[in-house]
Ligand binder design. Structure first.
Ligand code: NAD
Length: 541
């Protein structure tokens, strides 16, 4: 029973550690990496209070050394998915009725566990599982995840505080109930923070969850599960299943108690999910919430007034950090003819300094792409660009999967602004460049807006305020996160709420109150203190 209007600790962004040589954080992360590299873990399904080992297992291998096995995980059968749903529903009443400050305490504790005792471990796991450099792991698995947890607690209290007006004789209240049923969280490989946030944000608002992580992220998902357990997430609140995504999804979407989906991943899969939910709509007890953050074809548009060094540094970071596998990564760039010779020279010079290899070696800026399917797809597009008359590989273009799935940072120059790699999401370290005539600035704005089906992130570079204003207006529907003189990646929770529209998602802005509102179903309560006893109004005479 609540006996106070409690204040929560003010949410602050977790500072990004620098990992200088021999610093305590560097020593700690190397130690964790070496231990986890050699340990060989076995990850069960987590259903209710049980850890289930089905015996049907798959190996976990780091993308930068795919013959090395760091562990196995167990695959669910249909009966396990049904059991996960049943456990979630059994846990629902108790969890939904738990006072908000208890839920807040659990997730604030999870944030502090990651900031402290689990930091090296969750970073090392992300370096091993997803081949992130230490900096990329730190800004994702540690800082962004901590920020999600802290800010979501703050946003939850803001939502709860949002109450209607009342009169002296009528008291109006709004209660932010969790959804009636369970939430299904499906998460992508590329961010450990997203993997944790999709189930956690729904659970924070009082929902029970079935979570299906990506097959390529199970190794770091295991650390999230350990943190949630230690923080005190009760059994049955977040149930975790691995395995065939179609079987798991079909089983879940057939349940009458399915109340919402929290998805991040590719656009095609999300559209299929939406279709299946529509086909099952007569099955459900409630209209399900559908929240999905999906693909991107993110742009960098450079005005002739731009500073070349700034353009090149931010294009390299935006396109090639984490091997271009951020949904926000720049993958098409528009440079003006007047600046192109200088940009090309500077880019060539800088790209020549980039080192590629295992994330264990901190001097590597680029590592491996996530799996063989991704490697083969990227190699195919690079080969096609080498062969096509309207495209030319001007930097990079080499690839090698003998040890890890290494694709060299690659720049394709095209004379065709609608060339396939200007339109299609490749999800790798491949940037396609189109050079426009300076006088065609207004036309290039229309081109940027109309070239792809996506609208996730985009950046404009210019020192001319009129040009910035023109681009901001002309590209208002081209990106949900629009950057001025900055790279299009690296959104920070509480600072730049993240999400896109068009084919990039429902734009419910992860890391904002708007997202949390999707996981509640408000109930309005009107209480009258002196209730009328006569139906007649004065006007009746
Ligand atoms: P993916 O679509 O391959 O997989 C995402 C999740 O969906 C995984 O858990 C996967 O197992 C599951 N899945 C795959 N097929 C399914 C099916 N038929 N039915 C149900 N579930 C299925 O994506 P990925 O490779 O893990 O991640 C990369 C994609 O995610 C890119 O398209 C990227 O742009 C997008 N992404 C978007 C954002 C954003 O905020 N907009 C953030 C991160 C990633």
């Amino acid at each position: 029973m609540l006996k106070g209007f409690f204040n929560i600790p003010k949410a602050v962004n977790e500072p990004v550690k620098s990992y200088l040589p021999d610093s305590p954080e560097t020593v700690a992360v190397h130690k964790a990496y070496n231990a986890m590299w050699n340990e060989k873990i076995d990850v069960p399904l987590y259903i209710g209070s049980e850890e289930i080992r089905t015996g049907n297992t798959r190996n976990m291998t780091p993308p930068h050394d795919h013959k090395h096995i760091v562990g196995t995980y167990h695959l669910a059968e249909k009966s396990h998915v049904e059991k996960a749903i049943a456990n979630a529903l059994e846990s629902r009443t108790k969890w939904a009725n738990m006072a908000w400050e208890q839920r807040a305490a659990i997730f604030l504790k999870a944030a502090e566990l990651i900031a402290g005792p689990y930091r090296a471990k969750i970073n090392a796991a992300t370096m091993i599982a997803q081949s992130k450099t230490i900096h990329q792991a730190e800004i994702d698995a540690a800082c962004e995840l901590i920020d999600f947890l802290r800010y979501n607690v703050e946003f939850m209290t803001q939502i709860y505080k949002d109450q209607p007006s009342s009169n002296s004789d009528v008291w109006n209240r709004v209660e932010y109930r969790p959804l009636e049923g369970f939430v299904y969280a499906i998460t992508p490989f590329n961010f450990t923070a997203i993997a944790a946030n999709l189930p956690a944000s729904a659970a924070l608002m009082g929902n029970v969850v079935v979570w299906k992580p990506s097959d390529s992220q199970v190794f770091s998902a295991k650390v999230i599960i350990d943190v949630f357990k230690e923080a005190g997430v009760p059994d049955g609140v977040i149930n975790v299943v691995f395995g065939d995504p179609v079987m798991i999804t079909d089983t879940i979407l057939a349940s009458p108690d399915f109340a919402g989906i929290h998805y991040t991943g590719s656009t095609f899969v999300f559209k299929e999910l939406w279709k299946k939910i529509g086909e099952n709509i007569h099955t459900y007890k409630t209209y399900p919430r559908i929240v999905g953050e999906t693909g991107g074809k993110d742009f960098i548009l450079v005005h002739p007034s731009s500073n070349v060094k700034q353009v090149v540094a931010n294009t390299i970071r935006g396109a090639f950090e984490f091997q271009g596998q951020k949904c926000s990564a720049a993958s098409r760039a528009y440079f003006p003819t007047s600046l192109w010779p200088a940009i090309k020279e500077e880019m060539g010079k800088e790209l020549a300094t980039i080192k590629q290899g295992s994330p264990q070696n901190f001097s590597n800026f680029v590592t491996a792409v996530i799996h063989e399917g991704s490697f083969d797809k990227l190699a195919k597009y690079i080969d096609q660009a080498k062969a096509d008359a309207d495209a030319e590989v001007i930097f990079g273009g080499n690839y090698d999967k003998s040890v890890g799935y290494f694709i060299e940072p690659t720049v394709i120059l095209t004379t065709n602004p609608k060339y396939t790699t200007m339109e299609t999401e490749l999800f790798g370290p491949v940037l396609t460049v189109y050079i426009y005539e300076d006088k065609d600035w207004a036309d290039v704005l229309k081109l940027v807006d109309s070239t792809s089906e996506y609208a996730l992130t985009g950046a404009v570079f210019s020192q001319d305020r009129y040009a910035i204003e023109e681009a901001t207006i002309a590209l208002q529907n081209s990106a949900g996160n629009f950057y001025i003189n900055d790279k299009p990646t690296g959104a920070v929770v509480g600072m730049q709420p993240f999400g896109g529209a068009r084919a990039s998602g429902t734009n419910d802005k992860a890391g904002s109150a708007q997202n949390l509102l999707r996981w509640v179903s408000p109930r309005t309560i009107k209480e009258t203190f002196v209730t009328p006893t006569d139906y007649r109004y004065p006007f009746l005479g």
